[in-house]
Every structure is written in C-alpha cells, then in structure tokens.
Design a binder for this molecule. Sequence first.
Ligand code: 5AD
Ligand code: SF4
Length: 348
Amino acid sequence: MSISKSAENLIGKAQDGKDLNRKEIIQLLSLPAKYSPELFAAADKVRKEKVGDEIFLRGIIEFSNHCERNCLYCGLRKGNASLSRYRMSEDEIIATAEQIKNTGVPTVVLQSGEDSFYSQDIICRLIERIRKETDLIITLSIGERALNDYNAFQRAGANRYLLKHETASLDLYRYLRPGCEWENRMQCLRRLKELGFETGTGNMVGLPGQTPEILADDLLVMKYLDADMLGIGPFIAHPDTPLAGIGHDDLELTLRVLALARLITRNTNIPATTALATLQPKGRLQALQAGANVVMPDFTPENYKTRYDIYPGRKDVGSAVAIISKLEKDFQSIGRTLQYSVGSRPGK
Ligand code: 5AD
Ligand code: SF4
C-alpha cells in the first residue's frame, strides 16, 4: 500500500475510535508534515462530537513559586537562585478566588511548586474556605504528596487534581527529575483516580532525548490511566536551568500529540496550554482547532505572576479579565463560544 493510502486509513481508523497500537501511533506521529491538516481535522471532528463546541474556562492562581524539587527543565527548580520567591497569604488567595468567581469563571486551579510549607491542614483550610466563600469547583495542582493528603483534600472539598506524568520514559524521567521516581508518580495518579478526583495528567513535547516511541508511550499512559484531563505543552528552554538553550520549541509536533490525545482518549478535557500560546500567538487557536476544548486564564496578581517563571516569555501576563474578553472575540472567529459552566468530563 502507498504511504498516502495507509496514512489515510490510519487517520480514519483513529477518527472512528478504533484502538491504535503503539506502532500505529508512532506511524501517525512520524507522518510527513503535509498530513497534519488531515490529522487536526479528524481530532477537531471527534472534539465536536464528544465534548461539543464550547470552550470551558478554568481560573488559575499560582499561589507559591517555592519548590523543593530540582527538575532540570523548570525555572522554579530549587537550584535556581536568581528567582525571587513568594508565597501568597491565605487572604490573598481567597480574594483572588473571589475575583475568579466575580468574572463568572466557575472553577479555580490552585497551582504551586512542591512546597511543604503548605501542610495538609493549611491546604484543607484553604479548600474549605474557598468552597464556603465562593462555591468554586476546586482543582489542585501542587505535585506529589503523601497518599493520605489526597484523601484529606478530597474530604475537604477538592474535586480535581492535575499531576502531569511529564514523560513516559523512565530513563528520561530519572534524568530530568533528580531524586524522583516515575512509579511513585503513577501511584499518586492511581490513588487520585481511585478517590474519585477528576484527574489530569500530561507531558511536555520536545524534551531533549525524546523520540516518537516515547511520545507514543505518553499517549498510551494517558489512555491507560483513564485520565479525565490532559495537559500537553511544548518544552521551552529556560535560561536559568541546566537545559538552557536546548529547546526545540516544536509547535507542530505538540499540536500533533494533542490531536492524537483527542483521537485516542475521545471525551477528555484538553486545554490549549499557555506554553503553546507562548511559542506562537496563533498557537492557542490552532490547538482549539486540533482537539483542545479548555482555556485556563491566569488570575495570579501581577506582582507574583511574573515571578511564576516556569519557562521564559509566558504570554498570559496581563489582566485575566482583559484576556478573557480578547479570547471571546478570537473564539467567535472560529465558530466557538466561551462557556461559563463547570465543564466536567462528559459521563463523569
Ligand atoms: N517548558 C514547558 N513546560 C514546562 N514545565 C516546567 N518547565 C517547563 C518548561 N521549561 C511544565 C511541566 C510542569 C509544569 C509545572 O510546567 O509540565 O508540570
Ligand atoms: Fe518544581 Fe514542578 Fe518545576 Fe519540578 S516541574 S521544579 S516539581 S514546579
């Protein structure tokens, strides 16, 4: 069979929701660039059919940029002495949550580095206050914790948890995240699922040493975990990390992985990540036309936001309200509407 015939057959098979094996996923990842529009269109159709035309909003608060880990790729790493660190007070966090509520955005994502300053009790109290004072749906994105912390967070009223697996290669994981074990992360993810959290995972695309085989395994991990939300973003090299200058900044490959994630996992919630918009102003809209259905505007107060310096050039700096009104116009131009509702994974 010619390449084009077999490529079309494979894209059709993916669109129909038939299981793809590892070899087929690798083939789809490795197809020449001219097949991208067809792959993106297939993912866009499945997105429309499974999660509809609405774009769901989640408001992010980056409440601490302290981190005890030393991930080679990340600007928040402990070893980055040039970063000015902050922790938002409980009242500042609540005030920001209220702002999210007043904008009409129904869910808040509480995000930080791995910062043990925030004990189980502190996080639980925050969750309880946000539930009581704003009624927002709460997503936590605060890294690996003791398994019984997750239990307590859930009892306190948290509903969702984001913990990207980052890469499915055990070797790459160990190299990029010194002192961390991949199996531990999987254990956390499985526990979160068992507890009934809507659970998010995901990866970075364009990491040094990453191959199509590894990216195929990333996609299989997303499916195997039955993740409800998927964060897929390009790796962007940070100058104050050991990976300075190494980035591939691969927008096209990131969109391809995102499209395949939609084709393989069907009804998940997939954000058009800020990292995509950072690489290319059009990146966000392209992602929303290649399988994505969520946008996460950043409500972190300005004096802190610029210090949440995971990777350079983050595009969302500026008021979240202004960003949302710009998004509204952009989305209309592609026939999509912003949705101010909770937007759980359908069937959950
Ligand atoms: N480029 C892109 N994404 C990054 N992250 C961390 N460092 C980078 C980088 N240099 C992402 C990781 C992590 C989250 C905190 O940000 O996926 O989960
Ligand atoms: Fe810390 Fe997460 Fe950055 Fe690693 S990726 S250094 S755990 S904030």
